[in-house]
Design a protein around this ligand. Structure first.
Ligand SMILES: *Cc1c(COP(=O)(O)O)cnc(C)c1O
Length: 526
């Protein structure tokens, strides 16, 4: 195995090809071997032409850093480095990305075009409001449609992810309880199937977390909820449709019981894609809900760009929303930045500026290009596609909740793998060899060996068929005793199986120079 200077393997052991074949370069055909950028560049190279700094020109005196081992690369070296890295990973632009609960839908290029307009892309957050009227108008329209689609009277745009939105929602709830003399409410109820961010957010805000049990058909156990609601409960956090891909049929009763106990209903809106244009969470009694623009509204995830998690709020929570927000006045749009006047009860600010402008533009372009009928069809097609996958795989895999249709994602357990020696993890790894991103594995925790498949509405029937045929063939291979094909997978990925626990628990986040590999930095005095 080839290693780089920090001991990271740079290419797969035993890659496919004739037995014992290894290329001279370490690459595999068009997939190039690629070292770390620090191993590529050195002090002796640069992609830019800068004048020599004058000695003693710095005002920083003794604070000047003398040794800054940044890699210097020419432009073609830098471009190739990042293109090669991009080819080592999966992307929604490459193939189906059925990661359940993540809504990995196509990112329309029209959104990208709009977001690159200079009037949006080149803004500075400290520009005077009079110079950014168009951007503020866009934020105002986006807020309008988020409120309209959810049937909620207020929205905080600044949260930068779903989890950040949860924090925003719970801080509003906490502020509302404190304002009403209910600050002694210290408990948040969360169903067992919840995404890990829900209990983590509640704990971060200082609440104690209590689990609500689940019924055999994958929904909130109403009796258990009722038993646990009381004068010490601040809020419940319920995902709807839930992480089993099922609509909470008793959601009106859940809201009624919660409000009767003096608590607020936080809805995790990550799965809004299943119901957008069809159901308004405000009509269900929800008090706060984040909307992942990078899920339902098609903005890029993760490496594709920052997220955005606006939070819609009920009448009761709206006064506590964080600054800033856009105000529409007779003489144009303004940003309300200080917690005074209308915002006197705001719990504060969530971030330095105003949220992710680039994501606002993309999400708004997505809304306008779909229209209200198009958004409704998004939800309908997302649910249809998931049910198609469920129907096509149910005879070879074991659906966790076989009765009735699912919403936008199909959940399987690992009962179908019993006796094969193959695990959920092995199936996921085998899918990588077939060119698919794995489905979500082992989540939700309440389903044994869970495999959560969310195809989204942007896949064609042909692509869904290709995916289902692949999984059917893998299921047949597992049943025929071909465990090796699974246990060793992935065989064809840039890296083989990693120690994922170690990578999560002790990630190497910083590159430390090996003395021999880096030329000494020229000191400022030279
Ligand atoms: C994605 C997701 C979250 C967290 O959202 P981020 O934008 O990743 O922070 C929370 N809950 C559920 C159910 C999710 O699917």
């Amino acid at each position: 195995m080839s290693m780089n200077t920090v001991g990271r393997p740079t290419r797969p052991e035993g890659a496919a090809g004739p037995a014992g074949f290894a290329s001279l370069t370490g690459g595999r055909g068009l997939l190039q071997d690629e070292p770390l950028i620090f191993e590529l560049g050195g002090w002796d190279k640069t992609g830019v032409d800068l004048p020599e700094p004058e000695a003693d020109a710095s005002d920083l005196a003794g604070l000047v850093r003398e040794d800054l081992p940044l890699p210097g690369l020419s432009e073609p070296e830098a471009v190739r480095h990042y293109v090669r890295l991009s080819q080592k990973n999966h992307a929604i632009d490459l193939a189906l990305y059925p990661l359940g609960s993540c809504t990995m839908k196509h990112n329309p290029r029209l959104n990208e075009k709009a977001a690159r307009l200079a009037g949006f892309a080149d803004l500075h957050p400290l520009q005077p409001a009079s110079t950014i009227q168009g951007a503020l108008a866009l934020m105002d329209r986006l807020a309008h449609w988020l409120k309209t689609l959810t049937g909620m009277p207020a929205v905080a745009l600044s949260p930068k992810a779903g989890a950040h939105g949860e924090l925003c929602g719970l801080l509003c709830i906490k502020a509302a309880h404190e304002a009403a003399g209910q600050g002694h409410r210290r408990k948040v109820l969360v169903p067992t199937s919840a995404h890990g961010t829900n209990p983590a957010t509640a704990a971060f805000v200082g609440y104690a977390v209590t689990e609500i049990a689940q019924t055999d058909d994958g929904r909130v156990d109403l009796a258990d909820l009722e038993a646990k609601l009381g004068p010490d409960v601040a809020a419940i956090m319920v995902t709807n449709p839930n992480t089993c891909g099922l609509f909470e049929r008793d959601v009106l009763e859940i809201a009624r019981l919660t409000h009767a106990a003096g608590a607020y209903f936080y809805c995790d809106g990550a799965n809004f894609n299943a119901i957008v244009g069809r159901v308004r969470p405000g009509d269900l009694g929800v008090d706060a809900m984040h909307i992942n623009l990078h899920k339902t509204f098609s903005t890029p995830h993760g490496g594709g760009g920052p997220g955005a998690g606006p939070v819609v709020l009920s009448e009761a929570l709206a006064p506590f929303a964080p600054a800033p927000w856009v105000l529409s006045a007779a003489d144009g749009f303004q940003l309300l930045e200080e917690p005074t006047g209308d915002a006197a009860q705001a719990f504060g600010r969530l971030c330095a500026f105003h949220g992710q402008m680039g994501m606002f533009v993309r999400a708004y372009a997505y809304m306008l290009s779909h229209g209200s009928d198009g958004l409704r069809q998004v939800a309908e097609d997302a649910v249809l596609n998931a049910n198609y996958v469920k129907a096509r795989l149910s005879d070879v895999m074991s659906p966790a909740f076989p009765d009735g249709p699912c919403m936008h994602e199909a959940l399987f357990d690992d009962a179908w793998l019993e006796g094969t020696g193959v695990t959920t993890l092995d199936v996921a790894k085998a899918m990588i060899d077939e060119g698919f991103h794995p489905m979500t594995m082992y989540f939700p925790l309440v389903v044994h060996g869970a495999m959560l498949i969310e195809p989204t509405e942007t896949e064609s029937k042909a692509e869904l068929d290709r995916f289902c045929e692949t999984l059917r063939a893998l299921a047949a291979a597992a049943r025929q005793g071909q465990a090796e094909r699974f246990k060793g997978a992935p065989f064809l990925a840039p890296l083989r199986r990693l120690d994922e626990t170690l990578a999560a628990r002790r990630p190497k986040l910083a590159w430390r120079p090996e003395p021999a590999t880096v030329a000494p930095a020229p000191s400022a005095a030279e």
